[in-house]
Design a protein around this ligand. Structure first.
Ligand code: SIN
Length: 326
């Protein structure tokens, strides 16, 4: 799918949301123990020039540590993306974001935007005040991807790799190349200012991009409960009780984080079945970081074949929102 960039559609809009890329530390050069989301996105881009034929336009949408990502921020980020993508002179978006939940925000945007232009998310593992920050190179690589003529869809650029929103997970707490896309691998690489693609740019998501997102307070609650050695059903049973007692913020959905090929501890499976019978939407997703669940047709609960628990949660959240707001 070609990105229709005309002569006048040449702005690359950079939306800042915080993260380590915008982090700073009082301790000169420190790479840990800093505060994420303190340096304005305009400052991150100081000294950067746009590629020939493009202009950079910068907007601060949020300034947070992405561990604290919330529905209010997602909703305003979604609104700003929709706004800018609709402008004829905008060729691409870049979003600076923390690494901790970039896999969630990217999947949320992939699922809700009609991203026929590139939406390039980038981040850093070291704060802006580090002696050797990785953010500036990642930003440069993101600009390369954003200005690449065929690029499309929501992608994540970090440590010279380009990942798809559906496949990416953060798999390392410290290394600069902290991300992995499992069996799929990266979409491509950025090498000396050039994109080398090894598979297709992301296809548009099948989730309704016409979704209308309600005010953040009205998003349904979807919780994740992991299956593990010695699991007991109590957490799910507590969610069922809240649901039956009509608590205002009772969970409308539960993701069961399964072991291996979708298997659940028997006590969690029993609780999951009871939750489903009580009217809570239950979905099973594997804890394994690579591969898909291969359905056996003997599953008692619905499964998400190819999403991690955190992404299955977003898929269920959006399904519940669409159901409530038809
Ligand atoms: C964050 O996710 O905002 C902090 C951690 C990071 O960006 O690496």
């Amino acid at each position: 799918m070609n990105n229709p960039i005309s002569d006048q559609s040449r702005r690359i809009v950079v939306l800042g949301t915080g993260g380590t890329i915008a982090g700073s530390s009082a301790k000169a050069g420190a790479n840990v123990g800093y505060t994420a989301g303190t340096v304005p996105v305009t400052a991150l881009l100081e000294g950067f020039s746009a590629p020939d034929g493009f202009e950079l336009h910068v907007e601060q949408v949020a300034q947070i540590d992405s561990k604290d990502m919330d529905f209010t921020t997602w909703r305003s980020l979604h609104e700003r993306c929709q706004y800018w993508l609709a402008q004829d002179d905008v060729a691409a978006l870049i979003i600076t974001h923390g690494t901790d939940t970039i896999e969630e925000t990217s999947f949320f945007l992939h699922s809700t935007l009609n991203a026929t232009k590139p939406v390039v998310m980038t981040c850093a593992m070291r704060p802006a005040t580090s002696t050797n920050p990785d953010g500036p190179q990642n930003l440069r690589d993101a600009i390369t991807v954003a200005s690449s003529p065929d690029a499309t869809g929501v992608v994540i650029v970090c440590a010279s790799e380009i990942h798809g929103a559906k496949e990416i997970s953060k798999t390392h707490p410290y290394r600069l190349n902290a991300f992995n896309s499992g069996d799929a691998g990266p979409i491509g690489y950025v090498e000396e200012g050039r994109v080398r693609l090894v598979r297709q740019w992301p296809q548009e998501a099948h989730v309704s991009t016409a979704i209308s997102l309600p005010a953040a307070d009205n998003w349904p609650r979807v919780d994740i409960v992991l299956s593990h050695a010695g699991t007991r059903g109590e957490i799910v049973n507590a969610l069922i009780r809240e649901h039956q007692e009509n608590h205002t913020d009772a969970a409308a959905g539960i993701i069961l984080g399964a072991t291996g090929n979708g298997s659940l501890h028997q006590s969690l499976e029993q609780a999951g079945l009871a939750a489903r019978d009580a009217g809570i939407e239950v979905l099973v997703a594997t804890r394994c970081i690579a591969g898909h669940i291969i359905p056996s047709l003997s599953e008692k609960l619905p499964i998400s074949v190819d999403l991690s628990p955190v992404k299955a949660r977003i898929a269920l959240l959006l399904k519940l929102i669409s159901k409530d707001h038809k």
